[in-house]
Design a protein around this ligand. Structure first.
Ligand code: SF4
Length: 497
């Protein structure tokens, strides 16, 4: 049966849909971050139901699909005003609507999203698929909407009140405008998965067809596709996917076949040449860019949280909460393995608002002068958010950005490329090449998503002191490695001059 989840997979990539049906064993296991998102989404869904007292829940567990459909039919026949997880099916299509609301003329179908606003690109086709199946099954749907979290709601610390925490966006007209397209796509997905072999082979390698979708990098079947990819495939230049799509449209998949003149951007050319020659490429600008760094240099990294439902009174859904920073302070360029500087850190240890102490401690650290090195603009974006919220010292920190902040990733993007980076410049892509002996593997926390999942647990009164200490220790170890990794990238850049 084509469910909403499979439909969405097909929208991201038809091959991913085909793989889900025919090669499920090759799917990457559910990540802790995605598991946490699902759990959080379920909590938001349950809270949304409290807007509709007396509603009937068609239990999604412990019943066969036929039984769920039968329960839905019975609830509709009983005259129930609200039905949760309403299930209906027709032909090869199956849908389970979050909330059905009885109207005079028919039904209002509402989907609940753990999101701060209606996002057309993520939500419209989801809802339209549900409406498409519901109508096909004979329901008269007269309204369609998305119930999302209300970013303007400020939590007062009392039990959540669903009418205030949520906001509704009516998308009936938008849904009507895409229904024909949804019907066509749904039918084409059924036709696709009925094929025993995936039909979009491009000839260079069986079952390899990435490069035209931004979803490839995060896809559950990435290993399958990337393992089969020619190492000099244009995808690994790191071009915008629209440019890869253009080349593929002309039948070009390997860097050696790209026509002269196609690559004109200096940064892209560096990555392109690295892949073509299999030798690292260094720009003549590197020495002068590194000369901009004033010592002592502060290499900093933030860890932050954006809880969907607020965890601190006075905050709103998805409010940004930075809770940890790490800093390596270098008094001179790190030209040897031994010179990793001095480490300083902050981690908020109380289940309270981390922002004031985060900013105050960072302000104390950075008040003396010298360059402040970041990796990407995330730290600046975070400070902007904190300054806009009026958190003390945030604006002072932000004022340092024009004169003292230097983005190390920018220097790397402009001046250094290696084919083993895979067209990426994130620290996780670069570190294994420039410093393979330093690795996140073996750490209890290995990425930012996991850091958030672990940290948010420390706000629970149910957590034991031992587990709390364990989480704090793991966070310190992880964030420290992030800035140590920056030291190693900086060293690698100096050694290239
Ligand atoms: S890696 Fe890319 S091409 Fe392969 S299944 Fe995933 S999204 Fe599709």
């Amino acid at each position: 049966m084509l469910t909403k989840s499979l439909f969405k997979t097909g929208q991201d990539c038809p091959k991913s849909l085909w793989m889900t049906v025919h090669r499920p064993e090759e799917k990457a296991p559910l990540s802790a971050a995605n598991q946490a998102r699902m759990t959080s989404g379920q909590a938001v869904g349950e809270l949304a139901r409290t807007r509709y007292p007396g509603g009937t829940l068609v239990q999604p567990w412990g019943l066969t699909t036929e039984e769920s459909i039968e329960h839905t039919r019975a609830a509709m026949g009983n005259g129930d005003a609200y039905i949760f997880e309403a299930t209906f099916s027709k032909d090869e299509f199956l849908a389970r609507a979050d909330i059905l609301i009885r109207q005079e003329e028919g039904w209002h179908l509402q989907e609940v999203k753990a999101s701060g606003r209606y996002k057309k690109e993520d939500h419209l086709n989801d809802v339209a698929f549900q409406v498409f199946v519901a109508r096909r099954a004979g329901l008269k749907i007269v309204k369609a909407s998305v119930l999302h979290l209300n970013k303007d709601h400020i939590w007062n610390g009392e039990p959540f009140e669903a009418n205030s925490v949520f906001a509704e966006t009516d998308i009936t007209a938008e849904v009507e405008s895409v229904l024909d397209q949804i019907a066509q796509s749904s039918t084409s997905y059924i036709e696709l998965w009925e094929k025993a072999e995936y039909p979009m082979l491009d000839g260079t390698a069986p079952h390899f067809d990435p490069g035209i979708r931004p979803t490839c990098r995060d896809c559950d079947f990435k290993k399958h596709c990337f393992d089969r990819a020619p190492k000099d495939h244009i995808f690994f230049v790191g071009m915008h996917h629209s440019r890869v799509k253009k080349l593929k449209g002309e039948g070009i998949t390997l860097v050696g076949d790209v026509p002269a003149g196609f690559v004109t951007d200096a940064k892209e050319k560096l990555r392109f040449d690295a892949l073509l020659t299999k030798e690292s490429q260094v720009s003549g600008e590197l020495a002068s860019r590194l000369a901009e760094i004033q010592y002592p240099a502060y290499l900093i990294d933030f860890e932050t949280l954006r809880p969907d439902l607020p965890i601190i009174p006075g905050t709103s859904p998805f409010e940004l909460l930075p809770f940890q920073w790490s800093c390596h302070i270098l008094s001179e360029p790190p030209l040897t393995d031994e010179n990793v500087g001095i480490h300083r850190e902050f981690l908020h240890l109380e289940p309270s608002d981390p922002r004031p102490e985060f900013c105050r401690s960072l302000h104390d650290l950075l008040s003396k002068g010298g360059s402040i090195l970041i990796y990407s603009k995330y730290e600046i974006t975070t400070l902007k958010d904190l300054a806009a919220k009026g958190i003390p010292f945030a604006q002072d920190l932000l004022d340092l950005a024009p004169t003292r902040f230097i983005d190390l990733e920018d220097i790397l993007k402009e001046c250094y490329a290696d084919h083993r980076f895979g067209g990426q410049t994130s620290i996780k892509a670069v570190l294994p090449v420039v410093c393979p002996e330093l690795s996140y593997k073996g750490l209890a926390i290995q990425n930012g998503d996991q850091a958030q999942i672990e940290y948010i647990q420390t706000y629970s009164a149910k957590l034991t002191p031992e587990r709390r200490t364990e989480i704090f220790d793991a966070l310190k170890e992880y964030c420290k490695l992030d800035t140590l990794a920056m030291v190693k990238v900086l060293k690698a850049l100096y050694l290239k001059t």
